[in-house]
Design a protein around this ligand. Structure first.
Ligand code: FAD
Length: 434
């Protein structure tokens, strides 16, 4: 019988298990969480969002939005479930994380072709088809085996996550609801700062005590997820032009723009929890309480989760994987998810799906499904499988999508919309192959 072992019921592994099972393939899905948790996973549910509850933009002028629409058209279970558990977040697809994971877990457990094995997989079976989707926090035992298998140094660096506070502890006499530039429905809560408040906060932030990193880890901090105190250290006004930018917001109490604004985004379905947007941090927890409580409106904030930093593991896919996400030097080992260097929730779902479809095609004797870089998913697979120097993980972006051929559109938004339309037309023409 056709059987595939999927390692990890995270975003990639859950999507992959569904794609295989719905094609009539038996899946043994290994997930270790009930016995052993990574540094960031907190629950035993599948498809757990370890940090932000936002899956990123959900409009076609954005590459992440395009990738989501492609995934919808390819019958992604996880995007379908995300759509169902959406919470208000302006133009982004943010979800109630509990409902999202609960639904994924139930859906997979209900599938006849999926057998769940609640164990850490350490030995990679040699005679079975295996899809490794064990994520950025792959267990140490398995990491070591993957290192042996790929004969290369295992790469990893550090990633950061933002703190979460309760809504009822936010002082709404100071903070106010509003979306930037009046877009959306006032989903964000804004904590305003005048110049003096900003500089007091800034000085405390840059001199706060951090969790020490080892020297080689220091070098590997990922730019896109730079801790807020690190951003601050690049210049005393950098935050005012970055995560604390006041542009597009008018304080209803003064009818003016503030000097700086900290935005909070809804984190759960019922709006009881809010995260500090852009506040990934490596400060010690006591320091986070002390310093983030200096933010006007958060003076009595109840922190339900502090920001953390974690390792992020990925293989050198550009050398190791072929375009079906199979290990070049093996007939039966595939990789999907963040461990391939496809960064972020949605790219992880996408590469998990693509590895699964290609495994299914191989088992069914069909031609592989290779999407080209007109599509966001194809561009991502191409990015992680084409040889390059200094390979770094990347999320969906228009920089890697093919773009317009000859046609000129000046307006950026219009141009991106046009590229997305080409991508979707192209994808639709390929849907017959799956
Ligand atoms: P995961 O979702 O991590 O799933 C892997 C699963 O494999 C886990 O459930 C794990 O328990 C299991 N596992 C590991 N080893 C074994 C083993 N040997 N045997 C059995 N099971 C195993 N992305 C974003 O888009 N937004 C964010 O805000 C964000 N924040 C992040 C914060 C942190 C701290 C980290 C580490 C990552 C963050 N990421 C974020 C990246 C995010 O992890 C990935 O985008 C996504 O979760 C990866 O999906 P995945 O399926 O590859 O791995």
């Amino acid at each position: 019988t056709k059987e595939v072992i999927v390692v990890g019921a995270g975003l990639a592994g859950s999507e992959a298990a569904y794609q295989l099972a719905k094609r009539g393939i038996k899946v043994k899905l290994y997930e270790m969480k009930s016995k052993k948790k990574t540094e960031a996973h907190k629950t035993e549910k599948f498809g757990e969002l370890v940090c932000s509850n936002s899956l990123g933009a959900d409009n076609l002028a954005n590459a992440s939005g395009l990738m989501k629409e492609e995934l919808r058209r390819m019958d992604s279970l996880l995007i379908k479930i995300a759509d169902k558990h959406r919470v208000p977040a302006g133009q982004a697809l943010a979800v109630d994380r509990e409902g999202f994971s609960e639904d994924i877990t139930k859906s997979l457990k209900a599938m006849e072709n999926i057998e769940i094995i609640e164990e850490e997989l350490v030995e990679i079976p040699k005679d079975k088809i295996v899809l490794i989707a064990s994520g950025p926090l792959t267990s140490h035992g398995l990491s070591q085996k993957i290192g042996e298998l790929t004969h290369t140094d295992y790469l990893y660096f550090y990633d950061a996550a933002a703190p979460i506070v309760t809504f009822e502890s936010i002082n709404m006499d100071i903070a106010y609801r509003q979306s930037r530039y009046g877009k959306g429905d006032g989903e964000y809560i804004n904590c305003p700062m005048n110049k003096e408040e900003y500089y007091n906060f800034y000085n405390a932030l840059v001199s706060a005590e951090r969790v020490p990193l080892k020297a080689f880890e220091e070098e590997k901090i990922f730019d896109a997820c730079m801790p807020v105190e690190r951003i601050a250290m690049t210049g005393e006004k950098t935050l005012v032009f970055g995560p604390l930018k006041p542009k597009g917001l008018t304080n209803p109490k003064t009818d003016k723009m503030d000097y700086a604004v900290v935005q909070l985004r809804q984190d759960d379905k019922d709006g009881r929890l809010y995260n500090l947007v852009g506040f990934q941090t490596n400060l010690k927890w006591g320091e986070q309480k002390r310093i983030f409580s200096m933010i006007p409106g958060l003076e009595n904030a109840d922190f339900v989760r502090y920001g953390v930093m974690h390792r992020n593991t990925f293989i050198n896919s550009t050398e190791l994987l072929d375009k079906t996400l199979k290990l070049k030097n093996s007939e039966n080992i595939y990789f999907g998810g963040q461990i391939t260097g496809s960064e972020g929730y949605v790219s992880s779902i996408a590469t998990g799906m693509m590895a699964a479809i290609n495994i299914a095609h191989k088992l069914e004797g069909k031609a592989p499904l290779i999407l080209d870089d007109r599509s966001a998913i194809g561009a991502m697979v191409k990015y992680i499988t084409e040889e390059k120097k200094n390979f770094q993980p990347m999320g969906p972006n228009f920089g890697i999508i093919r773009g317009l051929d000859g046609e000129r559109i000046r307006d950026k938004k219009e141009r991106y919309m046009r590229i997305s339309q080409i991508a979707l037309d192209y994808l639709d023409s390929k849907l017959g192959e799956i």
